[in-house]
Design a protein around this ligand. Structure first.
Ligand code: URP
Ligand code: ZN
Ligand code: ZN
Length: 489
């Protein structure tokens, strides 16, 4: 396997005993990969924390547990900064609970999620956060934080942003899509961005021109075009790119950091890249479904409902996937998150006869680490870029770094042992998400998550889940670490 150095800038010693009487764990003989280095090293864990990353064989003292990682990558637990567990959507909810969804995430090598809490129109942000906290608390197997989806922008809501920041919710999602449900108009977006800029918050943006798209959808239905494929055909990439361009312009006026979430097309990505190259704090997130799936994979007829998400899958031959993979390789894609929002086949049935009623979203949370690793196997991205987009930079953007997202002394002992010599096949028969089909059915992955530690607890052993229910903790997050701060002189 490719290794950048025989051993990294790691010391030869580490405290050899614990002051606290906690369990010490040694992960030995592996190749430690972070967002910046791949090197042979041993990892020493004491209780919930990493206390040392040392030259192979140099750790001293007694260990209650030794994990032999020979031939394996030792990587930070994945940080999925975009999930929707139990998201209420038109009379139903996404099918993974915090329990089922975080178990599946852990089995797939993700040890932290930043889920989207939501404001119900007419209610406060505080109500929304309390509702989501109650759902997650005592149910999540892994640590979790929340973004806040703001669907009702007015003076009252904006005055709550500071309170949210104090509660550790430092990112706010706005929508240019879904009119009548989530959409904010340009004035509301600009106002929210101004407030965010004034308090150090980051805006997460679902960028598609929902008003124009709604017309295209209604026109399609009027023509009798009711099948799921018309969901894809009525959400053109130009409408995603237009919205990205517009919200970047608004963010620039406000001086506000902006994450364009779930980028699906090279058109939209190009807008984000132009903004970044101009020095604006604009960040690009994409998802495994956009890296691997395409319109051509969508089955004919209603079965295509399984693949309905927004933004939609794009045509394979148009270069979207090549642009996004190249963006990962060159550091222009900052994060690969999942936008995990699964609906069972029965739930998808709601849209039979009218694609507008199909609940939007895919089940991906279990496969993100694998599906990006497959880009390493294919030779498209280096190992360090894999880890950067699945853990390190998401942790930085989410205000969780270096507690999460890296392997370093002082970081939480969220560690994955990944075996590049063991391939496996994705399937609904074997996945753990609460979903009775898989959009990745039959995909072969050239590696496997074997062991997962979350704050020092082994929660996946020999690829089997062994975690204790309700052990996940709420993460009060800091601000986006990639936004430059003005220095007072
Ligand atoms: O289709 C999707 N993406 N559903 C989840 C909600 C969202 O827009 O992120
Ligand atoms: Zn969205
Ligand atoms: Zn989403």
């Amino acid at each position: 396997m490719p290794v950048l150095a025989t051993f990294g800038p790691y010391p030869r010693s580490v405290p050899s005993s614990t002051m606290m009487g906690t369990m010490r764990t040694l992960i030995s003989n592996g190749t430690v990969v972070t967002g910046s280095i791949a090197a042979e090293a041993d990892v020493v864990i004491d209780g919930e924390k990493i206390v040392g990353v040392v030259a192979p064989g140099s750790a001293e003292g007694d260990f209650g547990r030794v994990i032999d990682a020979t031939g394996r990558y030792v990587i930070p637990g994945g940080v999925d900064m975009h999930t929707h567990m139990e998201l209420p959507v038109s009379g139903t909810s996404s099918s993974d609970t915090y329990e089922t969804g975080t178990r599946a995430a852990a089995i797939g090598g993700t040890t932290t999620i930043v889920d989207y809490a939501g404001q119900t129109r007419g209610d406060t942000l505080e109500d929304g956060l309390a509702e989501w906290m109650a759902r997650a608390q005592g149910n999540s197997f892994i640590d979790y934080g929340f973004h806040m989806m703001v669907t009702d922008v007015h003076e009252g809501t904006l005055s709550e942003f500071s309170e949210m920041m104090r509660a550790g919710v430092t990112t706010f999602k706005l929508f240019t899509a879904y009119p009548g449900v989530n959409l904010s108009d340009d004035r509301q977006i600009l106002e929210a961005m101004q407030v965010a800029a004034s308090i150090g918050a980051t805006i997460m943006m679902h960028a598609e021109n929902g008003i124009a798209i709604d017309l295209l959808r209604d026109e399609a239905i009027a023509r009798g075009e009711v099948d799921p494929i018309y969901h894809l055909l009525t959400r053109p990439a130009s409408m995603e790119a237009e919205a990205v361009h517009r919200v970047v312009a608004l963010a620039e006026i406000a001086g506000c950091p902006l994450v364009i979430v779930h980028i699906s097309s090279q058109d939209a990505f190009a807008e984000a890249v132009v903004a970044r190259d101009r020095g604006l704090p604009v960040f690009a997130e994409t998802c495994p479904q956009y890296l691997w799936l395409a319109q051509e994979d969508v089955p004919e007829g209603f079965e295509g409902a399984k693949f309905v998400c927004s933004p939609p899958l794009r045509r394979r031959g148009e270069g979207h996937q090549a642009a996004l993979w190249s963006g990962i390789s060159t550091g222009r894609v900052d994060a690969v998150a999942t936008d995990h929002c699964p609906f069972t086949w029965e739930q998808k049935e709601a849209g039979r006869g009218d694609f507008r009623k199909i609940p939007n979203g895919l089940g991906v949370v279990e496969h993100r680490v694998d599906l990006v690793y497959q880009g390493v196997v294919e030779g498209w991205i280096p190992l360090t870029r894999w880890i950067d987009v699945i853990a390190e930079t998401p942790a930085k953007i989410s205000g969780l770094y270096p507690k999460k997202g890296t392997i370093a002394p002082g970081s939480d002992a969220d560690v994955v042992v990944y075996n590049p010599a063991q391939s496996h096949v994705l399937s609904a028969e074997t996945h753990h998400m609460n979903l009775d089909y898989s959009v990745f059915e039959g995909a072969e992955i050239g590696g496997t998550v074997e062991t997962v530690l979350s704050r020092g607890d082994v929660i996946v052993d020999h690829s089997e889940f062994v975690g204790e229910p309700g052990r996940g903790r709420y993460l009060a997050r800091g601000t986006n670490a990639l936004v430059p701060e003005a220095v007072d002189r």
